[in-house]
Design a protein around this ligand. Structure first.
Ligand code: NAP
Length: 252
């Protein structure tokens, strides 16, 4: 699906998240024109309201040229906290094009008293922890990161993904195709019924996939928590209302 940004779009929302969809909904009817952008990674993505373009821009240079050609007045980078490349590209392209940038980034999860988190800086470190500690692992790091665990033959993995991975998979595994949100009851049942002793997740934050953490804490299941990658400095907010207010002030 495509829209004509010259007719309707003044703000570019870099999306692929619930926050990006919520921002599009919050802008609808305000008089602020916008267009959402998706990478095109998943089949049948959840679409935001309003015009949408799908596919990469061709790196930071391509994004800069697209911003200029489409007379974009502001960019809201509402991409996932682990989508580090597009966030880096957005910072560079907006700086070069002289377009204001706001990062809309949800708060990370933080551990409660009952949580047993093993925090790691990246996915290879998560794989090393799994190789040391896991026997039955729920892997929720997403389709693109499964390959990092492919060499581990000492654990069985329940791999939960939206779309089937194309990377190599660990020798002992089952695939579970599903898309959140998930609730506490179903997450508890999933962990218990599969005898899971280790949960692996990125620190995505947000309510839609948070239930697995409380379920793991209740069952005494350890959590390997991958910390977020560093991001370039930019103006940032953590909720949709603040993003809308920033845009209203800027574009008034
Ligand atoms: P990434 O590694 O940061 O980006 C790789 C390339 O994908 C970018 O260089 C860009 O291509 C293109 N791209 C990414 N987001 C785009 C967007 N919103 N619109 C147009 N092009 C985009 O991204 P990723 O981690 O693969 O994530 C892809 C998308 O899935 C993001 O939109 C993100 O919000 C969403 N998502 C990611 C995760 C995750 O865990 N990484 C989880 C949930 C949702 P060009 O260089 O050609 O412009």
């Amino acid at each position: 699906m495509t829209g004509d940004p010259r007719a309707t779009g003044r703000v570019l929302i870099l999306g692929g998240t619930g926050e990006a969809r919520a921002l599009a909904s919050a802008l609808e009817g305000t008089g602020i024109g916008f267009i959402s952008s998706l990478a095109g990674r998943v089949n049948n993505p959840r679409l935001p309201v309003g015009p949408v373009r799908i596919g990469g821009f061709g790196g930071p240079d391509g994004l800069r040229e697209w911003l200029l050609a489409n007379r974009i007045r502001a960019v809201v980078d509402a991409t996932h906290p682990f989508a580090a490349t597009i966030t880096r590209n957005a910072a560079r392209a907006t700086a070069e094009a002289g377009v204001p940038l706001l990062r809309l980034r949800r708060e990370p999860w933080s551990p409660g008293a009952a949580d047993r988190w093993i925090r790691v800086p990246d996915l290879p470190a998560a794989a090393a922890e799994v190789a040391r500690r896991g026997t039955r692992v729920l892997l929720t790091t997403g389709r693109q990161d499964v390959g990092v665990f492919a060499g581990i033959d000492t654990a069985w993995f329940l791999i939960r993904v939206v779309d089937a991975p194309t990377a190599a998979l660990p020798p002992h595994h089952a695939l579970l195709r599903s898309r959140g949100p998930y609730d506490h009851t179903s997450e508890t049942a999933l962990l218990r019924d599969n005898g899971i002793d280790l949960l692996v997740t990125k620190n995505s934050g947000g309510a839609l996939t948070e239930a697995k953490l409380a379920a793991a804490a209740d069952l005494g299941v350890g959590v390997v928590m991958v910390d977020r990658p560093a991001e370039p400095d930019s103006a940032a907010v953590s909720d949709v209302r603040a993003a809308r207010e920033w845009l209203e002030l800027l574009l008034d």
